[in-house]
Design a protein around this ligand. Structure first.
Ligand code: PLP
Length: 390
């Protein structure tokens, strides 16, 4: 079987996951082991030596996610941020410069600002919805990496991956895309010219709010010669730092991926229904959803995404306290951080996920509400949200 010729769902279910040759077990085993018997000193079976270096359940996940993103190599980590660290400190060196979005995920900004920068890598912020803003921040010969998230959190900004890849490569810099919000199903950054994709598999990839994990996929051909060995360097960092995905966590993400396509279609269906509800209400002053014609990134999103995803943000007339009160009144929508699970979540970015960026360039409006639209029955989600908004 050569899974790479198959469609997305076939790969999601089969890539890296041949039935067990000994027992025929259809589902990969959870190899809950730290070490492996050697057949004589150095006689490793299929290269397995110690589970920080490699574990068969993690290998299955790494092969699966690489095939889903159309890349050459996949790496699974203990969290999305551990995956990001492996890219940044695996590839950059003190003295290098990188560019990140003004509205990057808060944890990404914290990693870059508080850990990678003190280590010696400088960064600039750019509004990635305007590709030219990135060109303006390039420092020739020094900028080695451009980091992009699309759609962004929580304002659903859209970055033009192909345009930014061209700008980065012209400057001799790599393009890394955080594909967490879109998922591998809705968006394939490597096919648009990105060199590396990163996911928080905690979100849509895992999809059931029961695991924290991260993944990196490196393209077959990295466009910058200096980084030809990017996959080896990330692999070295993964083993050298050791923030690996454990066997049970790898298994949960593998299981989640099998239904990714189905779940994403339903997330999108339900999000569209919720957007219709919001559009019908006088008290909703602004809706952030790339599927709307009025969204400034709509055309780019339509070009590079299969559909527009399950995340919706909106502003509510009546001010911050009114938004906070409405969020507190939902019964079905669960008030909580994170996103991408089967259950619908509602949150107040200003006081929750984005509280740490208050007073900075990244501050979000106080009357903003963010929804991670789940896969429940749409009528129930609509009814509960209407009830909460009053
Ligand atoms: C959650 C998230 C991360 C960080 O992932 P963890 O698994 O929480 O470490 C990175 N990027 C985006 C877009 C996220 O939503």
């Amino acid at each position: 079987m050569s899974p790479s010729n198959h469609g997305f769902s076939t790969r999601a279910i089969h890539a890296g996951q041949e039935p067990d040759p000994r027992t025929g077990a259809v589902v990969p085993a959870i190899y809950q082991t730290s070490t492996y018997k050697q057949d004589g000193v150095g006689g490793l079976r299929e290269g397995y030596e110690y589970s920080r270096s490699a574990n068969p359940t993690r290998t299955a996940l790494e092969q699966c996610i690489a095939e889903l993103e159309g890349g050459a190599r996949g790496f699974a980590f203990a969290s999305g941020l551990a995956a990001e660290d492996a890219i940044l400190r695996g590839l950059l060196r003190p003295g290098d410069h990188m560019i990140i979005p003004t509205d990057a995920y808060g944890g990404t900004f914290r990693l870059v600002d508080k850990i990678v920068k003190p280590w010696g890598v400088d960064y600039s912020l750019a509004k990635v919805a305007h590709a030219d803003a990135i060109r303006g921040e390039i420092r020739p010969g020094v900028t080695k990496l451009v980091w992009v998230e699309t759609p962004t959190n929580p304002l659903l900004g859209i970055a033009d991956i192909a345009a930014i890849a061209a700008i980065a490569h012209e400057a001799g810099a790599l393009l890394v895309v955080d594909n967490t919000f879109a998922s591998s199903y809705l968006q394939q950054p490597l096919s648009l010219g990105a060199d590396i994709v990163i996911h928080s598999t905690t979100k849509y990839a895992g999809g059931h709010s029961d695991v924290v994990g991260g993944a990196v996929v490196v393209a077959e051909h990295v466009a910058v010669p200096e980084f030809e060995d990017a996959a080896e360097r990330i692999g070295f960092h993964q083993n050298g730092l050791g923030a690996v995905s454990g066997p049970m966590d790898s298994w949960l993400v593998l299981r989640g991926l099998k239904t990714l396509a189905l779940r994403m279609e339903r997330h999108c269906d339900n999000a569209e229904r919720i957007v219709q509800l919001l559009q019908s209400r006088q008290d909703v002053t602004n809706i952030y959803y790339p599927g709307l014609d009025s969204h400034p990134g709509h055309d780019v999103a339509a070009r590079q995404m299969k559909r527009f995803g399950g995340m919706v943000s909106f502003q509510l007339a009546g001010g911050e306290q009114h938004a906070v009160d409405a969020i507190g009144r939902t019964e079905l929508w669960i008030l909580g951080e994170s996103l991408g699970g089967v259950e619908s979540l509602i949150e107040h970015p200003g006081r929750m996920t984005h509280a740490s960026v208050a007073g900075t360039e990244l501050e979000v409006p106080g009357d903003l509400i963010r929804l991670s639209v789940g896969i429940e029955d749409a009528e129930d989600l609509v009814a509960d949200l209407e009830q909460a908004l009053g």
